[in-house]
Every structure is written in C-alpha cells, then in structure tokens.
Design a binder for this molecule. Structure first.
Ligand SMILES: [Mg+2]
Length: 271
C-alpha cells in the first residue's frame, strides 16, 4: 500500500508516446502499461489519455492506441490539438482560427465549435507540426499575428521522430515553426500542451473528476511530471527509452515525480 493511496485514485491520465506505445508511427504497446491499464479497468477506475501529439486528432490517436490493444473511449482521449481548442474556446467561443497542422488539429478545433478558416479576420493562429506546410501558410500566419491574432503553439516539440510519405526521419516540430513567426513578429506564443498545468486541470474537469483523485503516468519529467505536479496531481514516472524522451521546457516547474518506477508492473503492487 503506497503512501499515496493509489486505491483512492479514480482517474488515471496516461501519456501516449514512450509510455503506452513506442510512438504513434510505431504503435506497439509496452506490456507493463497495458497490464496496468487493464488492471485499472478491472478495479473500476477510469484510465484516460493526455498526449502532447499535436499533428494527429484525438480520433486518430484513439485509433492508434485501440489497435495497440488498449480499451478506451474516444471521449477519454485528448490530443494537444484538443487541449489547444479547449484553451481557445474557453477564452473566445467560436473564434476564427488559422491552423497550421496535418489535419488532426483542424479536426479537434472544428469538433470544439471553433471556426477554422484561411481568411481574415483571424483571432488565433494555432501552429502544430506540419510536414507539408507551405511558405504561403507560414507567411499568412505571420501577417495575421502582426495584425493582432494570438499565436498558439500546439504542444512544444522542437523536433520529433516519425514517418512521413514513407520516410523515417527526425522532423522539425511546431516549436521550431513558431520560432520563425515569433522572430518575424516579435510576438511570443502561448504554448498549449503539457507541461501547462491548465491543460491537466481542464482535462480532469472535462472528465468529471477532481485533482485529488487524479494520477498522471508518463515517461517525461519535463512534460508529464512537471505539469501534472504543478496541477496538483499525483505523478508516476516510468523509465523508458532515453532517446525517445522529447525535450520540453518546463521552466521553473518541479520535475520530481511522486513515484518513480522502472516498470509500471511495480505500480500494480502499490494498491
Ligand atoms: Mg511520452
């Protein structure tokens, strides 16, 4: 029995890449994560997903983890795009948004009731990773920010491994695209994704739970642990492939996990 009373925790938010599966382009599950997930379901707990992947929609991420063997409902799957859509919608419902992305973020924005458009006036420019982005899109985004649109970075990866048009490589992420717009405009972006504590709090609230009964499980101290901890959650860090831990800027947030395990199988013994 853990000092953290894990048996009293009802909502278990899981990171996806390098925690549940290797990554969305290589969706083979980690067996310890799948064991814990199924154990939580057996106990009547609610496991759910909060990922920083911004180039795929919640529906696409749901499809990837379902194929990997996880039983989860679509309404318990949150991408960084869905988090950004919630962030914008909370401030300006039905805002006009110009979205750079591979289609996933656009889908999450539309699902949230935002007006995704390529024409001015634009209230928010939201940028996710987009390996097909054109100069015209980057230039338009820059002009709209110069004219006063709020600049949103959907998650914050400088680069990330993936497969695009059949080629496995490391690709420039949203943080790098946003850096170009920041440099051209002098405007600083709002980074919406883990570790922003508001993302964790909004997700927990949307799922109908309290912070006190929620746990964050992830591989990344700078995103999963720092953000979950700052939001007030109990955090569990699992050791995974070092080279697959995406660098994030956690600022002054505390990256120390409450519980640190080599395998999530250890968590099963803590109930
Ligand atoms: Mg991860």
């Amino acid at each position: 029995m853990s000092e953290y009373s894990l048996d009293k925790k009802s909502l278990w938010l899981f990171d996806v890449d390098n925690t549940m599966i290797r990554d969305v382009d290589h969706p083979n599950p980690f067996s310890d994560a799948l064991n814990l997930w199924n154990h939580l379901l057996d106990l009547g707990k609610t496991p759910a997903i909060l990922t920083n992947v911004g180039r795929l929609s919640s529906r696409q991420i749901h499809s990837a983890v379902t194929k990997a063997g996880y039983k989860v409902d679509l309404d318990k799957t949150f991408s960084a795009g869905a988090a950004a859509a919630a962030y914008i919608s909370n401030r300006q419902p039905e805002a006009r948004c110009f979205v750079i992305g591979e289609g996933g973020a656009q889908e999450d924005f539309i699902a949230r009731g935002l007006d995704v458009t390529n024409n001015p006036p634009i209230d928010f420019v939201a940028v996710g990773a987009d390996r097909g982005m054109t100069f015209a899109e980057l230039n338009f985004a820059t002009k709209m920010v110069k004219e006063g649109a709020v600049l949103i970075c959907i998650s914050g990866s400088r680069d990330y491994p993936g497969i695009y048009l059949g080629t496995e490589d490391v690709y420039i992420g949203e943080r790098s695209i946003v850096a170009a717009i920041e440099d051209a405009t002098g405007v600083e972006a709002v980074i919406v994704g883990k570790p922003l504590p508001e993302i964790f709090q909004a997700t927990i609230e949307l799922l109908g739970f309290t912070i006190e009964e929620s746990v964050m499980v992830g591989d990344n101290p700078a995103s999963d642990i720092a953000g979950g901890r700052a939001a007030g959650m109990t955090t569990i860090l699992v050791d995974r492939r070092e080279e697959d831990i995406v660098p994030f800027d956690a600022g002054d947030l505390d990256k120390t996990p409450h519980i640190h395990v080599k395998s999530l199988d250890e968590v099963l013994e803590m109930f």
